[in-house]
Design a protein around this ligand. Structure first.
Ligand code: HEM
Length: 428
């Protein structure tokens, strides 16, 4: 049996410099893992925080669900709200997951697929007819938002645009200082949250129709067997916008960036895509480009999630002392699962983007871009469907080239995205 060890620490006390370094240095966690090992503690503005990486430490954490609970920075906690399943634990969390999961069943995805294909065809047309270069990252954001707002919630036109502008105000303050000073971004976000919830509750009060997926939520019961109040469901819908928009847009933008900056990878993928039909047969739309039909596409999606994970890390709080990778982590610590560092930790060429690695059956590579355990992502299948349809749909219809002289580096917060928006033109 291996010997248990005490928790290594950076020795930071106030955590002011650590918080600054964390916000500025993308290699913050890696540098400390290299020095202190796979599990270490530091302080972030007075909050003791344990960082973990590697298969063993992460599996140890996620398998001890009775010993951990959810934790979010205070700004996220307040902006999501106390009903949100992202802020709940135990039976209250499970009951809400059960209800919300109905929006992502395979029959629900089948229902959404025609709407998603239409959005992709509209974007294809817009790109083909554009007179000036267009920012592809911005288009991916609009697309990911529309999939949730139009396809899942059934909103169109003005109602959708209103939701979008308030949602952008709300998102900007997610990781801000949660003090409601007059005019601050947090205060603006709290007001936007109020308007968003009013609008979402209005949608829920409308007679049930089959336009989006909201009819699938009808009859949902909470942990006490009581139907959900509209405030409660409204907060779950707000969570879906939060969880499903920036993340999917980031995956799509980073994927397009890799393909457009690496012509040999694009050619390799095109050999496969050229054998696929677009649009897919409506009956098969959810499976037409799955890993068995499009293994190279699957490898590229996995590599993007490994190399530039849309969710760079997630948190838990320990309710009791835990052992993670043979290190004793005390009770009442915030644990951050550091996916960015973890995905590049190990033997081999993990610092380079190489999709073929996912076709080589390397069992040491365990990726969890969608999290794991009881809180594994509810929208995983929808996100994967959106990404596969978008890549096949766009690349079957046109060839893009990037405009030189733009900043291709990624901004990291809230999710990786090309700084200058990935300006593109259609090749003629
Ligand atoms: C590439 C896109 C996406 C990535 C990488 C991603 C990643 C994640 C991760 C890592 C978690 C776990 C967080 C934790 O354990 O604390 C999570 C949770 C969640 N995701 Fe996603 N997600 C994506 C897209 C979506 C979409 C499209 C939706 C829905 C529209 C969605 C809805 C959710 C919800 C509701 C949760 C909370 C689950 C819970 O707390 O029980 N996600 N996601």
């Amino acid at each position: 049996m291996s010997k248990l060890r005490p928790l290594p620490t950076t020795g930071a006390l106030t955590g002011i410099l650590e918080a600054l370094a964390f916000s500025r240095d993308p290699n913050f966690a890696k540098k400390r893992f290299d020095r202190l090992g796979n599990v270490f503690e530091t302080s972030m503005l007075g909050q003791e925080m344990v960082f973990i990486q590697g298969n063993k430490a992460i599996a140890d954490l996620l398998s001890q669900s009775e010993a951990i609970e959810v934790w979010w920075p205070e700004s996220v906690r307040q902006l999501l709200g106390s009903y949100s399943l992202a802020n709940r634990n135990g039976t209250a969390h499970k009951a809400r997951r059960r209800v919300v999961a109905q929006l992502f069943s395979s029959s629900a995805l089948q229902r959404y697929s025609t709407g998603i294909i239409n959005l992709i065809d509209e974007l294809g047309k817009e790109l083909k007819t554009a007179k000036a270069p267009l920012p592809l990252a911005e288009k991916m954001r609009r697309f990911a938002f529309s999939v949730i707002a139009t396809t899942v919630l059934g909103l169109e036109g003005h109602a959708r645009d209103k939701l979008f502008s308030d949602f952008e105000i709300w998102t900007k303050a997610l990781f801000s200082i949660p003090i409601p000073l007059p005019g601050s971004s947090f205060t603006k976000a709290l007001k936007a949250r109020k308007r968003l919830l009013e609008q979402l509750q209005k949608i829920l009060k409308q007679p049930i129709h089959n336009k989006g997926g909201l009819d699938l939520l009808a009859g949902g019961l909470d942990e006490a067997g009581i139907p959900f109040a509209d405030e409660d469901l409204g907060e779950q819908l707000l969570l879906l916008l939060f969880a499903g928009y920036e993340t999917t847009a980031s995956a799509l933008s980073c994927l397009m960036r890799e393909l457009l900056l690496n012509p040999q990878i694009e050619t390799w993928l095109r050999e496969e895509i050229d054998t696929l039909d677009w649009p897919p047969d409506p009956q098969d739309a959810t499976i037409a480009y799955d890993p068995s039909n499009a293994p190279r596409l699957n490898a590229i999606v996995k590599e993007v999630m490994r190399f530039t994970p849309p969710v760079g890390g997630f948190f838990r709080r320990t309710k009791q002392s835990l052992i993670l990778d043979d290190i004793i982590v005390p009770k009442n610590r915030v644990v951050q699962v550091a996916l960015i560092a973890s995905n590049r930790h190990g033997i081999g060429d993990l610092e380079i983007f190489r999709p073929e690695r996912h076709l080589e059956n390397d069992s040491s590579l365990k990726l969890i871009p969608f999290g794991g355990g009881e809180r594994v992502c509810l929208g995983k299948s929808l996100a994967e469907l959106e990404i596969r349809l978008m890549v096949v749909g766009l690349f079957r219809q046109l060839q893009l080239k990037v405009i030189p002289d733009q900043d291709f580096n990624l901004r990291q917060i809230p999710s990786p995205s090309p700084r200058d928006g990935l300006l593109v033109k259609v090749k003629v």
